[in-house]
Design a protein around this ligand. Structure first.
Ligand code: SF4
Length: 361
């Protein structure tokens, strides 16, 4: 019987680091990932220290909480102020809205509850007679769970404020920025377990850029980076799956069916980036009865407020790293967050602060 593949193998890590060193071009190369879990793995395991000076890796719009527009938070606050219960994930609570955060609204007396899953919001609704709204944020990984509660005969007093977003259109949108400088994408393993490989081809083929799906162990990431650099060296960009133990080409058909049945794709506002075509999920007309946007009289969506000095827009578009921000680790810390990237556990600033991360230290 052959030995199982070891996820923590120093010899293999050294070999991959050497392969990366040999494959790295002499000129600077910027690789971007779009996943907070990747950033945690990179920072926690000190992987940037293994990269040659010419290779940098940055987190782009990989934190769903950070990219949720202030107008959606304002909508949730308005719903809570109308007397309804608002349920959302803990990370959302401290993200600044146009005026206040959900946490501040709670301190003003609003009934805002933290839940761990969409199902918890259903439970809250079944245990009260009040209107309950699930503020549904997240990427392709969480959208199926929201879809599942919509289809599972939800209680009449439950509605959904949908703010789900799709990752491949955001990856394409970054490549439309004139100064993006992105040489390759490390694509997110979690999202890819749901969507498979097809959407990357659909959205990114026209840009001739390496896209490698990677897992979350240090060896997974180093291996994916080596494949990206090999594609660059060979001038042969393509979509490659370096996480086959979790990701199949078709993704998860059952989860995709749930999303398809409940949501339709629409243009969506991403905080710090702007409106990205076909990047959001809106409840289909058949589910208008459970759509909080229709059930409540919501304020007009306004633009995201500019936060003086905060470089979240540059961090979310992978044009800056957290330490480029003059407020980083000074006025802005996880205890005193100034921008959304310091609030969410998957936000680059919060991760860099927690692990003392630096660029190619
Ligand atoms: S350190 Fe704070 S202020 Fe600076 S970009 Fe990050 S979240 Fe914004």
């Amino acid at each position: 019987m052959s030995a199982p593949f070891r996820l923590a193998d120093p010899a293999r890590a050294r070999a991959l680091a050497e392969a990366i060193r040999l494959l790295a071009p002499p000129e600077p190369v910027k690789i971007v990932h779009v996943c907070g879990t990747h950033e945690v793995a990179i920072a926690h395991n000190g992987l940037r220290r293994l990269l040659p000076e010419t290779v940098t890796i940055l987190e782009g719009p990989g934190c769903p909480v950070c990219v949720t527009p202030a107008s959606d938070i304002d909508a949730a606050v308005a719903i809570a102020k109308s007397g309804a219960v608002v349920c959302s994930f803990g990370d959302m609570m401290r993200v600044p809205g146009g005026r206040i955060s959900l946490e501040q609204a709670r301190s003003e007396g609003c009934d805002i509850r933290t839940v761990l899953s969409a199902k918890d919001a259903v439970k809250e609704a079944r245990e009260t007679k009040k209107e309950v709204v699930f503020f549904a944020v997240g990427f392709e990984t969480t959208a199926p769970m929201t879809a599942a509660i919509v289809l599972d005969d939800p209680p009449d007093n439950l509605s959904v404020l949908a703010s789900h977003k799709l990752i491949p259109p955001a990856m394409a949108a970054l490549l439309e920025l004139p100064d993006h400088g992105i040489a390759g994408y490390l694509a997110p393993g979690h999202v890819s377990t749901i969507i498979g490989t097809g959407p990357y081809r659909r959205w990114l083929d026209r840009y001739d850029i390496p896209v490698v799906i990677g897992g979350f162990e240090p060896l997974d990431i180093l291996y994916a980076l080596a494949l990206i650099l090999r594609q660059i060296a060979d001038s042969a960009p393509k979509v490659e799956n370096a996480y086959p133990r979790a990701v199949d080409a078709p993704g998860n058909p059952a989860a995709l069916k749930l999303i398809e049945e409940v949501f339709e794709v629409r243009d969506a506002a991403w905080r710090g980036i702007g409106t990205i075509p076909s990047s959001g999920l809106e409840l289909r007309a058949a589910f208008a009865g459970i759509d909080a946007r229709r059930r409540f009289n919501l304020p007009e969506a306004g633009p995201d407020p500019e936060i003086p000095g905060c470089r979240c827009p540059d961090v979310l578009t992978a044009r800056a790293v957290p330490s480029d921000c003059p407020l980083f680790a000074k006025r802005c810390t996880p205890l005193t967050p100034v921008g959304p990237c310091m609030v969410g556990a998957e936000g680059a600033c919060s991760i860099w602060f927690r692990y003392g991360e630096r660029i190619n230290p």
